[in-house]
Structures are given as C-alpha cells and as structure tokens.
Ligand binder design. Sequence first.
Ligand code: PHE
Length: 472
Amino acid sequence: MALTQSGSTRDHWSSRSAFILAAIGSAVGLGNLWRFPAEAGANGGGAFVLFYIGCVILIGLPVLLSETLIGRHGQASAPESVRRVASASRASSHWDILASVGVLSAFLILSFYCVVGGWVLYYVGVFFADIFQSGLSGGAFAGQSAEHIEGLFPEMIGSAAWTVGLDALFLGITLFFVARGVSGGIEIVAKWLMPAFFILLVAITIYGMFGGAFTQTMSYLFTFEPEKLTGEVMLAAVGQAFFSLSLGVAGMVTYGSYVGRNVNLASTSAIIASADTAVALLAGLCIFPIVFSAGLAAGAGPGLLFESLPHAFQEMPGGALIGLAFFIMVGFAALTSSVALLEVPTAWVIDRFRIVRPLSAILVASGAMVLGALAAMSTNTLADWHPLNFIPIFEGQGFFDVLDGLTAKFFMPIGAILTAIFVGWVADRKLIDMENGIGGLLHLTWLFLVRFLCPVALLAIMVVGIFPDLLA
Ligand code: PHE
C-alpha cells in the first residue's frame, strides 16, 4: 500500500516482476493464440511476421510506454490519471476523454471476450471428460467420427444455455480475482498462471514437433511472400499488434497506476512487448504442427482452435491429455486478459463513485453480463438480430461482431490516437522526461514515433475501417 496524491491508501504491485507478469498476462491472450498464427500463415508468412514485429516496435511499444507513463504519474484510475498529467502540464482536463473511451472499450471487449473464454472452458470440460473414455496415453475422442468431433463446436455455440452459462462462469471467475484487489487478486493470478502458461506452451510445442509436421509449419508460417502484404493486411497487422499489446483501452494506464516510482518504464515496456510477441510466434509453432500432422488444413478464425485442433488431438498419441493441457493453457491466457479488462472499468467506478472494490467489480461485471449474454446469444437465439444493420460496415452482423467491430475499428484506435497526441504534444516535456526512463537519441526517437508515426498509422486503421472500399 502506498499513499496517493489524494491521501488515500492505494494498492500497488508488490514488486516489479509482479507488474511485468500482470502486464504480460493482460497482453498474452486469445489474440496471440488464435488470431496471430492464423493471420501470419494466411497473409504472407515471413513478410507478415516481419511487418508485425515492426509494428510492435515502432507503433505498439511507444504507445505502451505512453500509457504506463500516464498511469504511473497519475496513480489513479485511468481518467483521473490523465487529468493529473494534464493539470501538471497546464492542459485541459478534458483530455480525460482518451481514458474514458478506453474504459468504455475495455468494458465492451470484456463483454464478448468472456463469451470466448466460456467456449474455452467448454473444451476444458470436454477433454477432461474424454480422458476417462480415451485414457491418458490414447488420442482424444477414441472411436468417434470427425463429423462428431468437429460438430461439437457448432452444437455448443448453437445453444443459448451453454453459451450464456459458460460466459457467466468465465466472468464469475474473472470477478472473483478482480474483487480481491491488485496485490491480493490480480497479481496472484498472474504470478501463478503466467509461468504455468509458459511451461505448458513450451512443453506442448516441443511435444508437437515430434509429430512430423514441423518443416511444413515453418514453411507455412515463415515463407516470405511479400506480395500478400496488401494495404488491408498491413492495417490488420497494426490493429492486431495493438489488440495483442492491450493498448487503446486504458488498460496499461490502469496497470501502470499501480507501479512504484523506482521502476524503469521503458525497459519494462520492452520486456512486456517482447514477451507478447514471442508468445504469438510460439503459438504458431505450437498449433500448426498438431493440425498439420493430423493431415488437416490450417483454417482460420474460431474453427482453427475449436474444430480443427480438437480433431487433430484425436490423431496425436496422448492427445486426450495434451488436449486438456492445451485448453487449460488457453484458459489461463484468456483469464489474465479478462482480469485486466474488468480491472479498467472497476478502477474507474472505485474512483468516480467512491464505492468499495468488491461492489464496484460486481457492478461492472453485472453490466458486462447483460451485454455478454446478448453477445453469447448472437450464435443462437439472437442469430437474426443485426443491431446496426443501418450502418453499411455493420450490415448483417450479430451483436458479438458489432461489439468486436466497434471496439477494434473505432474506440481502440481513437483511444490510442488521443493517447499518442496527448503524450507527444500536450503533456509537459519535463514530466515525460522524468517518467519514461530513457534519454538521448532513444528518447528523441520515441518522441518522434509518438508524435508522428503512431497517430498517422492509427488514423489509417480507423479511416479504412470506416471506408473499407478505399483499399479495394
Ligand atoms: N491483449 C489481449 C489478447 O491478446 C486482449 C486484451 C485487450 C486484453 C485489451 C486487455 C486489454 O487477447
């Protein structure tokens, strides 16, 4: 506990490594495990990977440092932290809009993220049950047809009882930890689950290499095909880098606000970004060998994780057990991210309405449950409900996709653009110099990127998101 500027006691990370693990936990999530590998493979292999790494270093990392810097200086919920930096810089307190947009996005993302978290829980259950039938050393789903295994997913998402129930369960687990606080809850999840996640990921990757499809994976993921790197793909890569690093939703502002003065934010941000990117790459090396050695196609979207993989585990020796371990690992990654997503609005409610943490967390989670239930039902009961049908880019989309699109195309880029402009142009230079932990040429480079490259790249994502025909 430490005293804040307002004089109240405020929970802090117990150490620098606790912050690093929690921030990596927030960053490493479903985005790394299912979206990155599929996008890289389909969109230019090595060329995509290189471009993505460039985005992380040149656009993601500068914004990551900007966000943590605001939070660490402000030592309060995201909007209040921005106001404190603004007031120390004699700028308008209305800049807090950047964080308010972030709080809103975090809340919206939380609503549909937990639906997917629920799908992951379903497969943990399925593989757990299967071990009793298939045994520890056998492949999963002994004696069952491919249609049956791949049909499990559509059957589950076709049922409102399953999707809403599992969403509630996943959100409930998330709530349990957030309600317990920063050092007593969020940090505990990160400290236990992140190391476990890494061990599982590395172990499954190594095991999968023996399946005989490693070369095929390497060529799928890394063959250099620059011609596939179209404008659209490049923007998707910037967007993916942002989502993967948890930027633009005030999440890193919030986590940064629990960091002590003695932590160097620049090197810490670099560690977080490197770990997140390494996991994205490893995820590809983990997933594709399993899929390819079963003779299946790469696939994309939810089908890769929830249809092809379960099927592939049938072919793998020990697949029942490895499948269980795999989905537990995915669950860990998703949970440390959903915890961050719930923490952002919860910290805001605590600050804004002076309500105690457990109650604040319950209020936010209840709201996310209502939206989440609607999202969970967009694959079943509400499949024909297209809430924003009158807007061309949302035409024909269900509530789940609308939430995803609104946040990825509008709120996250707006939040991140405003953050970059605020830190690059508005905030007091001395304050920035003092907080960011870098000097000399590196500092100037960072400032240049925050001022120019980041806003322009993010604006491009937004404009093309709104007018997709521009690149057609
Ligand atoms: N970065 C997480 C992922 O890759 C998602 C996330 C976004 C988490 C924003 C927190 C905040 O899945």
